[in-house]
Each structure stands twice: as C-alpha cells, then as structure tokens.
Ligand binder design. Structure first.
Ligand code: ADP
Length: 705
C-alpha cells in the first residue's frame, strides 16, 4: 500500500508510535500544513526528524527515510495567534520519496511490513525488559520520576520498546535510531544495552564523587562532624571525661611555645586520639606521647644571675676550694655577658668519689639561678637509654636526656651527667656515641630523641659531666669535653671542709646549734685519720651525721643539753678505730721501706717488707702481687746482684740466703711497674742492714702500683 502524506519537520521533539506530542504551529506554512492534513488526509501527517533539526531549509535528499505517521487529536487556537495541536503517533512508515511544493514537503510512503512474531520470544523479551527496567529505576535516581514505572502492565513488545525508548533519558539522535529500527527485538536489545550502560556510568560517577569529596573535604568534613558531635553531646548533657580531656589537651597544645611543626604533629596525634576506640591499647600510647610534649619545656628560659660576685659568694658558701671550676664558671658568665651569645661550655669534672663533683654542679645551677637536673649513665650499655626507643617498641619511652629535660622544666638548666666513664659498649650499641650527639654544640640544637621524633633544642643547656677516671672516658667523648681535674683532699683540707661546711650543715639537718655541740678540730682530724679512708669527704660526712644522731638521741632521752666531742669520748660515738694511722711510718726498720701509693681513696703510705734466711738465693714474693710487680721485684733483685759491690753487699749474702719480699695488706691485690725503687731500696736496706733509704712510689688504679 502506498500513500502520500504532508510532512512535518520536527525540531526538538520526537514522536514515537503509541505516544503523543503537543506542538504549537506558528508560521503560515505550518498552519497551511495543518489545514491540508485535516482537509485531505483525515488529520494524518508524517513526522520526521531531520539530520540537523535547526536547519531552516533542509536539503530534501538528506531527509531521513523513516518517520512516524501521526494523527491530529486536538487543535486549539491560542489568543497569541498560535495554534496548539496534540498529535498521536500511530505507526512507523518508510519514505520512498520526498517532494516539495510551495515550501510544503510531501512524502510518498511505504508501510512497514511487520513479520509475525514468536509469542514466547516476545514474552521472554518483555519480561527481561521489565526486570531490567525495575533495576534501572532502582539504581538511577532520576528514572523513577519519568513515568517508566507505569509501563509494568504493557505486554506488547512493539508498544513496550517504543514507550521505554521515549522515556529513557537520552539525546534525540539516539531516539531517532530507535525510530529507525523497525525490528522490536533489536530495539529491545538496544534498550537493554542502554539501560545497562547508564547504570554502569552512574556507579562510576558515584564512586568518583565519593572519592573526590573525600579528598577535598576530609579536613573540613572532620571539623564539621566533630563540631556537630560536640554540640549534640552538649545538648544531651552527655559531654564525657574524654571529650573534656581532649578539649583541654587541645588548649594546652595551642598554648605550647613549641614551633609550628611540632604543634601540627600534636594536633594530628590528638585527632587520632579523639576518634580512637576507648578500648584500643594504642590510645594510652598516644596520650602518653602527647603528654611527653606537654610536659617538656619549650622555649622556657630562666634568666642567669649576672652579678659575678654574687655567683662567687654562692659557690664559696657551699664548697671549699675547687677554685678551678669556680673560676671557669665565672669566666663563662663574664664572656657570655660580654658577647651576649655564647655556646655553653661542656665541663667534665674528673676526680675520686666524694670530692664534691655532683654537689658543686648543683650549686653552680643554684648560683646561676638556673634549674638543675641530673642523670646517671653509669652502667648504661644501650644507646636507646640515652636517645629513647622508637615508638613502635612496646613500652617505648624517651631517653635519659629528654627525661632529664622534663624534670628540669626549663630549656636552659644545668644538666648533670654523672659517671660518664662507667658507660659500657656492647651489642646493643654504643651509648657514648649517642652522648656525643647530645654534647656536641654543633649538633645539639637539633637533637632528636627516637621516641619524640621531633627536633629538640639543647643548645642553651649547660652540661656538666662527672667521672672518676679520665682514661676511662671514651676517647671521642673526651675530645668534646673541657676536663677539670679535682684531686683528692688532704687531711687538712678535709678538716676545713668539715668545720666550715659539713658540721654547720649537719647541725642544721639535726636541729642542733653550735652552742649545744662543740666539736674540736683535733677530733675531726682523728676521725679523718682513724675512721675514714677516702679521697673525698663523703664518709666523713656520714660519720659526723651519725655522731650528731646519737647526740640527738641523748638529748631526747636524757635531756642532756650540751655536748663536747673530744678524742677521749670519740669512741663512745664511733666505736673502735678502724684504721691505724701512720704506724708503719715511724719505726724506720731494716728491710722495711715506705712507699706512697695511689688508691681510689687518694694517697696512702704503705710499707714493703723483706727478710732473709738460709737458703740458695731464691726470691719469694707474697702479698697478692700482680705479674708486673713480680717482675719489678725480680728486676730489683737482679740489679742488686749485678751491682752488689757498689752497694757494699757481700755477694755470698745474696746467694746463700732465701729472700722473702712481702707487701701488706696481703689480701689486697696490687700491681703496677712503679714500685721498682722501693723494692730495690728495701732489698739494699735488708742486705746492708741500714735504714737510711726512703723511696716514693705511686699506685695506679684501685690497688695498682
Ligand atoms: P662526688 O660527686 O664527687 O662523688 P659529692 O658531690 O656527692 O661527690 O660530694 C659528697 C659530699 O661531700 C657532699 O655532701 C658535699 O657537700 C661534700 N663535699 C665534697 N667536697 C666538698 C667541698 N669542697 N666543700 C664542701 N663540701 C664538700
């Protein structure tokens, strides 16, 4: 069947069979077309969508060969001169030719032959389409409003495909493709494809949105959410301990005088802490970490005393002598005032125990009006003890340096590091090298503790280290230190210290006055000689304290008021004498020579004794002598043998006797090369029966000669 119909070129709409469109006719040609359709074609028109809908005068050859036949359902003239028409789409039609006359297009049509379709196939396609449609409506938010859901009752594949194609969002050219596809099954497949594609794209979009908004707004979102939570909780009266704690921490961090980098890090840690599950073990660790920062002094300085005389008086008040150290501190202060920016010296006070190293360092702090803090590194064999454990360790904590700074509470304390000669190096690392970093003025501005992980400025700290033995301080460390050696005190220095410092201090400690207790200076000397054996005055101080304790007991129990300590009543307080003073010094016996020994107690006088008896010229050595000392004795013996004539010693006296050398006290090991002269003179005295020779020798470490 062939027929002719007037053609309406559509612009921005498209008509599907089974649907309606509303068009307003405005121009003369359009209205003429309308009249023509009504007059000759029972209101039928062919509606086609040109390739370029905006083209006013399209080329007749380029018009599409497929259109939809529509019928005018309603026509209404509007007051503005336009005519509103509703056209219902009926069926597709193939255009054989287009003609144009007086600006009106006309088409010769061929109807589309519709093959008989398989009912089951149709059912299956309809069902699939409807299922996919449901899914589509669910997934695509704007689809539910498009009327798609009303299509569920449609069971003709022709109708269903056209209605879905009409309602799916999509551009006109895709819709035109649906019009041009006459096979309903192929249309159905196209629809399934499109719906599927839409859902996929949408999912991708949502994903992208999520990621983008997360990246962009993370911080802002967090802030807003936090604020919301806080307000809600406040409203509910539900602000708990943790919230107020977090608020307090936030304020404290804000007020911390640290640099911005540290502050930023603390805020990050705080937000971790805030959002953390209260049962998480990590929570305590984070809190601990933040607390360390809050407890550490940041740019919190005390002002040094600038009055040199005042500093000197203060040092003299607490310590007798020790002029070298005192002068060094005064020089430091003077130069600092002069230049205004001086790196602190790093002093190392080396000397035997009890000579006042630690207490002097403390009184330096006091005299400078600085805080003091003390750590002891004796026995430390792990680097981490100095610079802390990494936070990943269980029970990690900062090292001794940061702990010391926390104790000090200011950024420029006097930092006393005790016993730096007693650190040990082993597999856990070398603590001395860690200490190097701390004590190096070039590096310690940016000291980093492994736990704290942020730079901490130690450059304003006045480090004072102490050691007993200079040669046991690790070489590299010794290089960085300004060594001040404090030697042991003489008896008379000790006496002065006791009279001027120890006794007044102890009296005060025990609530006694100088009027109540009289201590004779001679008795102090007795205590020093017969009750102590030390380089410093620590034992002396302890004994004085014990005497005063006993006096306080007497005062309390028998109401005795005045005490006088003399050599006669000393034993009542301290018991029997412990050391016999200088006895060996006075006799001048033959075959006994006194030498001087250096021990950790300071100096001592010790005799070397020799005797002989009939034998074959063998040398017997006793008194726990070390190898070097034994060799020394043998050398002396050989020397005397070879120079016997010069010393007027009958050679027979040497070879016909056994010679026994003994060095008391027998149980104390002794060693060292420096006793040669004493040994030689002992033997000469023995062989020549004289007591004129005296010798000086000194001991090395502990009981070393
Ligand atoms: P070190 O650190 O050298 O082992 P300390 O500083 O602990 O010794 O001193 C031990 C005791 O001896 C302290 O009570 C200290 O007051 C006292 N002392 C040591 N030397 C002096 C001194 N020169 N003047 C006053 N007291 C001293």
């Amino acid at each position: 069947m062939k027929t002719n119909l007037p053609v309406l070129l559509l612009r921005n709409v498209i008509l599907f069979p089974c649907s309606e469109i509303r068009i307003e006719f405005e121009t003369f040609e359009e209205k003429q077309l309308l009249s023509l359709a009504e007059a000759y074609y029972q209101g039928h028109i062919l509606l086609v969508l040109p390739k370029d809908p905006l083209e006013v005068d399209p080329d007749i050859l380029e018009l599409p060969k497929m259109g939809v036949i529509g019928q005018i359902k309603m026509k209404m003239d509007m007051p503005n001169g336009k005519t509103r028409v509703i056209i219902k789409g009926e069926t597709r039609a193939i255009v054989e030719t287009f003609t144009k006359e007086d600006d009106l297009f006309e088409a010769t049509l061929k109807s589309v032959t519709e093959d008989a379709i398989d009912v089951n196939k149709e059912k299956a396609y309809v069902r699939t389409l409807l299922r996919e449609l449901d899914n589509y409506i669910k997934e695509v938010p704007y689809a539910s409003n498009s009327g798609l859901s009303s299509l569920r009752g449609v069971d003709s594949i022709y109708e269903l495909t056209d209605l879905i194609a009409l309602s799916l969002p999509g551009n006109l050219s895709r819709k035109k493709e649906y019009i041009e596809e006459v096979n309903p099954f192929r249309r159905a497949e196209m629809l399934l494809d499109d719906m599927h594609h839409d859902v996929e794209i949408l999912k991708l979009e949502q994903d992208l949105d999520k990621r983008l908004s997360k990246e962009l707004d993370d911080q802002q979102k967090e802030f807003v959410l936090r604020e919301k939570i806080r307000l809600i909780k406040q409203e509910l009266g539900d602000i708990n301990d943790k919230d107020s704690e977090v608020e307090e921490l936030r304020k404290k961090i804000q007020n911390l005088k640290c640099n911005d980098k540290v502050k930023k890090r603390l805020f990050v840690e705080l937000s971790k802490y805030e959002t953390m599950n209260p049962n998480s073990p990590e929570m305590g660790m984070i809190k601990n970490y933040i607390d360390w920062f809050l407890d550490l002094p940041w740019n919190n300085f005390t002002v040094d005393c600038t009055n040199l005389q005042e500093v000197k008086n203060s040092l003299d008040e607490t310590h007798y002598g020790l002029e070298v150290v005192k002068t060094r501190i005064l020089e430091y202060l003077a130069v600092k005032q002069h230049t205004n920016n001086l790196k602190s010296p790093i002093l190392c006070l080396v000397g035997p125990p009890g000579v006042g190293k630690t207490t002097l360092a403390k009184s330096i702090a006091k005299s400078l009006h600085r805080k003091s803090t003390k750590i002891s590194v004796g026995g430390v064999n792990d680097e981490a003890e100095i610079v802390g454990h990494r936070r990943t360790y269980v029970g990690a904590a900062p090292g001794l340096i940061i702990q010391g700074m926390k104790k000090a509470g200011t950024s420029n304390p006097v930092f006393i590091i005790d016993e730096i000669d007693k650190m040990r190096k082993d597999i856990k690392g070398d603590p001395a090298s860690a200490l190097l970093e701390v004590l190096d003025p070039e590096q310690n501005k940016n000291f980093v503790d492994h736990y704290i992980e942020e730079e901490y400025d130690l450059s304003q700290v006045l480090f004072i280290t102490t050691a007993n033995y200079l040669d046991q301080i690790p070489e590299a460390l010794r290089d960085r230190l300004e060594i001040v050696e404090l030697s042991s005190y003489t008896e008379y220095e000790k006496q002065d210290i006791a009279l001027n410092h120890l006794i007044p201090n102890e009296l005060k400690e025990h609530g006694l006055t100088e009027n109540e207790v009289k201590i004779d200076s001679k008795v102090i000397l007795t205590i020093i000689r017969n009750y102590t054996k030390e380089a410093g005055v620590r034992e002396l101080e302890r004994l004085l304290a014990s005497i005063l304790r006993k006096m306080v007991m007497e005062k309390v129990s028998s109401k005795k008021k005045n005490f006088v300590l003399t050599n006669r009543n000393l034993e009542n307080y301290l018991g029997k004498k412990k050391f016999i003073y200088n006895e060996s010094d006075t006799k001048g016996s033959i075959g006994v020579v006194n030498g001087l020994a250096y021990t950790i107690y300071g100096g001592d006088l010790l005799p070397i004794e020799a005797t002989l008896f009939k034998g074959k010229g063998n040398l017997i050595l006793t008194g726990s002598l070390g190898d070097v000392m034994k060799e020394s004795a043998m050398l002396s013996f050989s020397y005397i043998k070879s120079h016997a004539d010069e010393f007027h010693i009958p050679y027979r006296k040497i070879v016909e006797n056994e010679i026994h050398i003994h060095v008391p006290e027998g149980a104390i090991p002794k060693d060292g090369p420096s006793a040669g002269v004493t040994l030689t003179t002992t033997l000469i005295s023995l062989f020549t029966n004289t007591n004129k020779y005296q010798s000086r020798y000194d001991w090395g470490n502990d009981f070393t000669w």
